[in-house]
Ligand binder design. Structure first.
Ligand code: NI
Ligand code: MN
Length: 231
């Protein structure tokens, strides 16, 4: 599976299908591509915040790609003329050659409706995307929580996409603890250096993982760069 970081929490997973997660491109100073240049079979959105929902509606329409998200957000998106697939914690959507499992995250979520009202968008989630025998855990925005150990045991992710930016999510120390609980083979840091509030040096994360003696390879990508995981 080819994993491309599109900056912030946006990733494109490419194998026998193309799965786009949290496509915040417009307004993302580090976005390496424009929404009109992204191709996807499925779009997965972890929660309704603008830096995750991003350009999902526009990309979904252009690609005729369904948007997979928490039930409440799917009801909001369905009104915007996209195919929204609502699901909930612990559930798995199996379609084509992919499976998307929704897991908890400790965070919040809202969206702005057409009239400018702020409305609740259901819970915030993490997702595990399985494709071609590879499992990728995108934690969404979250603090570290002890149940990540269960997520690791049940879903055995190969690759974990983990926020390190602090302030809106866990920071480096929390992310290291999260790796200890989940025990993926590879970790790719995300949700940092997009805005001044979340400036972090990913090398500090790598050093902290090493200092803890964890058997996890930290892969640091620049926006637009890809990593190929094969088992
Ligand atoms: Ni958020
Ligand atoms: Mn966020």
């Amino acid at each position: 599976m080819k994993i491309t970081w599109l900056g912030h929490a946006a990733f494109l997973l490419e194998g026998s299908m193309k799965v786009l997660i949290d496509p915040f491109l417009t307004g993302n100073p580090n976005a390496p591509v424009k929404p009109e240049d992204v191709e996807a079979d499925y779009i997965v959105v972890t929660h309704g915040h603008g830096d995750h929902l991003g350009d999902a509606v526009e990309i979904a329409k252009k690609n005729e790609a369904p948007v997979v998200c928490i039930h409440e957000l799917s009801r909001i998106l369905a009104k915007k003329d996209v195919e929204a697939v609502g699901m909930n914690m612990g559930g798995t959507l199996r379609t084509g050659s992919i499976a998307v499992t929704m897991v908890p995250a400790w965070h919040s979520a809202d969206v702005e409706d057409e009239q400018g009202n702020i409305i609740s968008a259901g819970m915030s989630a993490g997702v595990i995307v399985s494709m071609d025998g590879v499992r990728v855990y995108h934690t969404g925005d979250t603090d570290v929580f002890l149940d990540m150990q269960l997520i690791g045991e049940l879903h055995k992710p190969d690759v974990m996409l983990v926020p390190i930016g602090d302030y809106y999510t866990m920071g480096i120390a929390g992310a290291v603890k999260a790796l200890e609980l989940v025990r993926p083979k590879v970790a790719i840091p995300m949700h940092y250096n997009t805005f001044p509030l979340i400036e972090k040096d990913p090398e500090d994360f790598r050093k902290a993982v090493k200092a803890k003696g964890l058997n996890v390879e930290v892969v640091i990508l620049n926006p637009g760069e890809s990593y190929e995981f094969s088992r």
